[in-house]
Design a protein around this ligand. Sequence first.
Ligand code: CTP
Ligand code: CA
Length: 223
Amino acid sequence: MTARGLDFAERRVLISAGPTFEDIDPVRFIGNRSSGKMGFAIAHAAARRGARVMLVAGPVSLPTPDDVQRIDVRSAAQMHAAVLGQLPADVYIGAAAVADYTPREPAAIKLKKRPGQDTLTLELVRTPDILAEVAAHAQRPRLVVGFAAETDRVAEYARGKLVAKKVDLIAANRVGVAGCGFESDDNALSVLWPDGGCELGPAPKGELADALLDVIARHWASR
Ligand code: CTP
Ligand code: CA
């Protein structure tokens, strides 16, 4: 037990984590480089602090943390349905790297390349924005927390997402830099809210999860 004690006792915390896979045909998909480790670390830390945790996980190879309930999904559409189906909750933390686009119509049988066909064009359509929908929902959690994965202009883009999606907090991390972010055990986050922000880490994702929950707990108290 940490010094934080059971400060999330009785709170329902809903967390999405991991990537989503969007099927092109029965053997191929579009995915992204999320390991799910950050979302799973938050789920683990929240449960340890007394929360009732529901984790909606995309395709990852991670064990379910103790005392965490888990729903496994594959696609953005499935994640959308699972997350909205779990409302109401007290806190939503959207840590998943949701695919922004999905093939318009996955092929029922394996696509074959044809002689002379040197290029292939896939038609993709936008997926629902789960975070924005949760924030606009009739059963909006008291705190809605998003993530922002950026390679550049981190604070600017993240603040834009905070405003556009009407969330309470955005945890931004720089991805695509060696040793941090996707697939790594360490991470650093810039946490932003409408009239402030703070820097967390670099630190192992477990420590960062507790630090992010500290920020969430402070915001909970001030609402
Ligand atoms: N998100 C979501 N549903 C989507 C896309 C994103 O819920 N279809 C959530 C992510 O879980 C994250 C936040 O929105 O909490 C920001 O995701 P990110 O990919 O950084 O931003 P986008 O709004 O998708 O913008 P872009 O990828 O163009 O930077
Ligand atoms: Ca995106």
